[in-house]
Design a protein around this ligand. Sequence first.
Ligand SMILES: *[C@@H]1O[C@H](CO)[C@@H](O)[C@H](O)[C@H]1NC(C)=O
Ligand SMILES: *[C@@H]1O[C@H](CO)[C@@H](O)[C@H](O)[C@H]1NC(C)=O
Ligand SMILES: *[C@@H]1O[C@H](CO)[C@@H](O)[C@H](O)[C@H]1NC(C)=O
Ligand SMILES: *[C@@H]1O[C@H](CO)[C@@H](O)[C@H](O)[C@H]1NC(C)=O
Ligand SMILES: *[C@@H]1O[C@H](CO)[C@@H](O)[C@H](O)[C@H]1NC(C)=O
Ligand SMILES: *[C@@H]1O[C@H](CO)[C@@H](O)[C@H](O)[C@H]1NC(C)=O
Length: 711
Amino acid sequence: MTRCPLPPLVLLPVSSFVLLLFLPQLPPAQSQVVTTIEDFFSHSFPNFDSVDNGANFSIFNDAGYRQGALQLTPDTVNVVYMFNKSGRVFYNRPFKLWQMDSSSSSGAATKQFLSFSTSFKINVFRSNNGNLNTGEGMAFLLSSDLGPAPPGSHGCFLGLTNASLNGNPGNHFVAIEFDTVMQTDLGDPNDNHIGLDINGVNSTKTASDLKVQISPPGFPTNHTVWVDYDGMVPYLHVYMAIDDDPKPASAVLEAPLDLNDFLKQEFYFGFSASTGTNYELHDVLSWNLTAKMSHVGRKGLAAWKIGAIVGGVSVFVMVLVAGLWVGLKVRKRTARDATSSYSSAMRLPGTPREFEFKDLDKATNNFDEKMKLGKGGFGEVYRGVLPGENKQVAVKRFSRGGTSAPDDFLKELTIINRLRHKNLVPLVGWCHTNSMLLLVYEYMPNGSLDHHLFDGPNSMPTTTLSWERRYNVIAGVASALHYLHDEYDQKVVHRDLKASNIMLDANFNARLGDFGLARALESDKTSYAELEMVGVPGTMGYIAPECFLTGKATRESDIFGFGAVVLEVVCGRRPRCDIDGFLFLCDWVWKLFREGRILEAVDARLGEDYDPEDARRLLLLALACSHPISSERPKTDVTVQIISRTRAPPSVPHFKPSFVWPSFPAMAGTSSWLTAVSAVASSYEASPTRRTPHLLDGDGHVASKDLSLTS
Ligand SMILES: *[C@@H]1O[C@H](CO)[C@@H](O)[C@H](O)[C@H]1NC(C)=O
Ligand SMILES: *[C@@H]1O[C@H](CO)[C@@H](O)[C@H](O)[C@H]1NC(C)=O
Ligand SMILES: *[C@@H]1O[C@H](CO)[C@@H](O)[C@H](O)[C@H]1NC(C)=O
Ligand SMILES: *[C@@H]1O[C@H](CO)[C@@H](O)[C@H](O)[C@H]1NC(C)=O
Ligand SMILES: *[C@@H]1O[C@H](CO)[C@@H](O)[C@H](O)[C@H]1NC(C)=O
Ligand SMILES: *[C@@H]1O[C@H](CO)[C@@H](O)[C@H](O)[C@H]1NC(C)=O
């Protein structure tokens, strides 16, 4: 009896064969060659014994070389010499965080920013001699000061700073600590955590839920750590795995971070560690480091974005020319350098790159129908395998013709290029050639959420998502939305939130995809009126009622879509479906809630396998998000807290409030405009199946300039 007339509108399956790509691609270890091509650096230290005897490393305090390792705190038979020690080691070649590139033909200098990708193997070993205490920890250190650790930097200070200098902005260091002692007064979550330390040991961000134990008792254990910094975004990712295991798909710690805020232009890479009233060994066994200057400065990117958003076709043409120019320049340099290590620099993690059309054509087998994953609002999506990389990707080819397509492309590119969040589908690169525009995303092997909720003609799923997975998916979507709305420096509205736009990665984590409709929302401007918006974004059932009147997507309308997704995931039904005489899932759930039977809304296919308290929490949250009055819907910070169970579920009125427009009662007046408005509103509320030609097309999709491109 459930009729679900809405086919998935946009499919953008993507994946997580990220590992191959993200492993640093360095020259063979035995070559011992430092590759320095203009502004590219790459080197592998397979071990540290005879490498250079001090020529390349500056060793300070209690650090030293031993048995092929950098030993940050001493290892001696005389235990007395192991307490209260601290040590530092730097690779003594300075690096620049930014530089001016004046080589451009126009003569105008652009600022370039450094990105790096490093991995190192560490061994943090607590003694076997009946002393199972840990002490204290080590750090990967970026410092503008190539000097020793200050006096008193033992104990909790990890060789980074001391009690009087802790937190001093003049320290000019940023470190990733691997801390094995819990100092509650410093806010440590436990005795096995990773933290981001900026000028002090009070971490600005910590990760405590590690899959590894940094210093396991009993036997020495190696760990590999990866630190990727993208200076263009700018953003930091830290990954950690045991022994030589491959780089994990998800980062253990990540944060938006601009090193320029804390370091001087020049800085050094190094390590530090300390012991205290307990001790352990802190060794670095091997180290790979790749760094490169970006060829498009962040400034250039920002200008590009403004162009894309503000400008019309003329700006687009200008930008396209600029883009081609940059592309040509990069290609020219690549040709000149003709080294494989240079092109590997173009593959630094988190840096979307430009592809040649022929490579994407090859990857998708000439855009073979068999490779087609789906059709989106702006074009078609194909699966592909990048030639020579064995990496699966999803290639989105934008529809040709249609004057808005190039503009849409730039909008999408400039925005997603800079968005980084573990619950967003990452962009791998792009390509524009002649009139063809393409975006390359990571391929998500598990496809889209709606495919897991409903598949087949009778809406029977191929696999029933377990309750834990469903909860996790909702938490992921909430977190991504919060990032877009509030955490990212440019406020972004997604505009098209729905189950078919939510991808599942290999671990069934939610990845929000398809930012085809996303636009940066200037923080003080919430209107798209100037942008000549035609029609309404989104898909029926996910669209907030006010959107029918304003044609504007807002953060509040995103929340409405989020509520629809939550209902869909918990109930296993489409937002619009005939059920008990209700045309909208939301109305049916609201009735069950009123009658005190809200849990009857939970997907029957789950049987008893769900947590009633959590289900109730999500359903109430979804109803609150479905509030017809936009200002009454919760904000993303609240939704995140409710889902993480740190805040009580919202209180919801027993009857769904009616939609009033404008939403300020004082203004609800008399004009004939209002009458027209309420007519449209009630057609949405009461009989959405009726064809309202200007709002809905035959499939129940909202007809808009954007969506009409599909056909
Ligand atoms: C180490 O130092 C030597 C001597 O200064 C230098 O030739 C070599 O390039 C350095 N190696 C690295 C990896 O910096
Ligand atoms: C280590 O330093 C702390 C103070 O920082 C002191 O209380 C302790 O006695 C010292 N331990 C040793 C063995 O020197
Ligand atoms: C460094 O790179 C080499 C060569 O690619 C690799 O074999 C080694 O495992 C890497 N070491 C670390 C610590 O990532
Ligand atoms: C910290 O280091 C500074 C600079 O070396 C020094 O002047 C100060 O005395 C040290 N503070 C402590 C508590 O050791
Ligand atoms: C670090 O934490 C300690 C203990 O809570 C506090 O006294 C100190 O002010 C903090 N320092 C900074 C720079 O936040
Ligand atoms: C740790 O790595 C070192 C150097 O790569 C190796 O010699 C040692 O056997 C490893 N230890 C363990 C426990 O795997």
